[in-house]
Design a protein. Structure first.
Length: 358
């Protein structure tokens, strides 16, 4: 008989709603505790979701031996410390993106997972969207041939109130960046995951255009990444648009291309075009996040129950942390960052680890 796992959610802000909703749809899982440093937020979430245990100190929550899994939905700068503490306390951990603000902190999370023998998952839920799954299968088949280049674009809107209502946002020390690390990180992750590109150089610029004076981080970023086989990946994101529109992701290969903008369009070498419509379907969160949260959370619990490795574990997520570091370092210094090799004149180097594209 399958064991019922008891879950707790730490952090009762906007993103926690996706977790609470998804947990209600996962068999053999019961959410029994919530935690937030704002007692009113914690009590409100508990009342809405019928949860009786309410904490304002996550370390007190971790002392509960009946809690099996902890969902970390807190501001970015708290992710690594809370995850390490939870793993040390014998809890499985599902952490919201980004995994950590630095690659060194992310490595410490992996070390804690190995030492204490628990599952660690990171919420890159867009990998579970139907369009993403289809594109990944297509790329893995290899029929389109070698990747030549790719581009991603996120043009959304965030008003000043979005930052003033949650002061941790818009600050380097607590958010770790702006539009890239918060809103666009999912598309940025898909770009490197789907192409399988081993990035060697990152050249980027960031700026605050519309939100200058409101935030100290960027509301706009543009990036050029080159791969070891000569691939060119470009990425652009901004929170300066008038509305949130569907993200764009295009991959150009030697025998064709694939493009996602809600639906997926595949163009073969001879010009034949095939379209799959993924613009509708069950959505558990914001429309542009797709339905991935529910699928990812369900799969995380399946992996725990069956003793399998979770596909979006630390080794996968640390790749994006390394690339984020490279982007911000390049943007702040004004020179390219070379990954995994000694720097040439005017270049910085970031040593990289295993997995993904670096």
């Amino acid at each position: 008989m399958m064991k019922t796992l008891h879950a707790a959610v730490i952090g009762c802000g906007l993103i926690s709603k996706n977790h609470f909703k998804a947990l209600k749809n996962v068999e053999h899982v019961c959410c029994t505790a919530v935690c937030d440093i704002d007692p009113d937020k914690a009590r409100a979430a508990a009342e809405i979701h019928g949860i009786h245990q309410v904490y304002s100190d996550y370390k007190e929550l971790l002392k509960d031996p009946d809690i099996d899994v902890v969902h970390i939905c807190t501001p970015h700068y708290l992710h690594a410390r809370m995850a390490i503490d939870a793993l040390k306390a014998g809890k499985h951990v599902l952490c919201e993106k980004p995994m950590a603000l630095t690659k060194e902190d992310a490595k410490q999370m992996l070390e804690a997972r190995e030492r204490w023998g628990k599952h660690l998952g990171i919420c890159f839920q867009n990998r579970y969207n139907q369009a993403s799954v289809y594109m990944k299968q297509l790329m893995d088949q290899g029929t389109l041939g070698r990747v030549l280049g790719a581009r991603g674009q996120v043009t959304w809107d965030r008003k000043p109130e979005y930052y003033s209502e949650s002061p941790w946002r818009g600050r380097w020390a607590t958010e770790g960046g702006g539009v890239l690390i918060n809103q666009a990180i999912h598309t940025f992750d898909l770009l490197q995951w789907l192409t399988g590109c081993r990035v060697t150089t990152v050249d980027a610029s960031i700026s605050a255009k519309r939100l200058k004076g409101v935030i100290e981080v960027e509301d706009t970023v543009d990036i050029l990444m080159t791969g070891e086989a000569g691939e060119r990946l470009i990425f652009y994101a901004t929170n300066c648009y008038v509305k949130n529109v569907p993200v764009e992701l295009e991959i150009i290969c030697e025998h064709g291309s694939v493009k996602m903008t809600g639906n997926v369009v595949v163009t073969d070498q001879d010009g034949t075009v095939a379209t799959k419509d993924y613009s509708s379907g069950t959505v558990l969160g914001k429309d542009h996040w797709g339905s991935g949260h529910g699928f990812l959370i369900s799969d995380f619990y399946r992996c725990i129950q069956e003793g399998q490795s979770f596909p979006v574990g630390g080794e996968e997520a640390i790749v994006s942390v390394g690339l984020l570091e490279a982007v911000y370092r390049s943007a702040k210094t004004g020179v390219p960052v070379r990954l995994g090799r000694e720097p040439g004149a005017g270049e910085h180097t970031i040593k990289t680890g295993k997995g993904g594209c670096i």
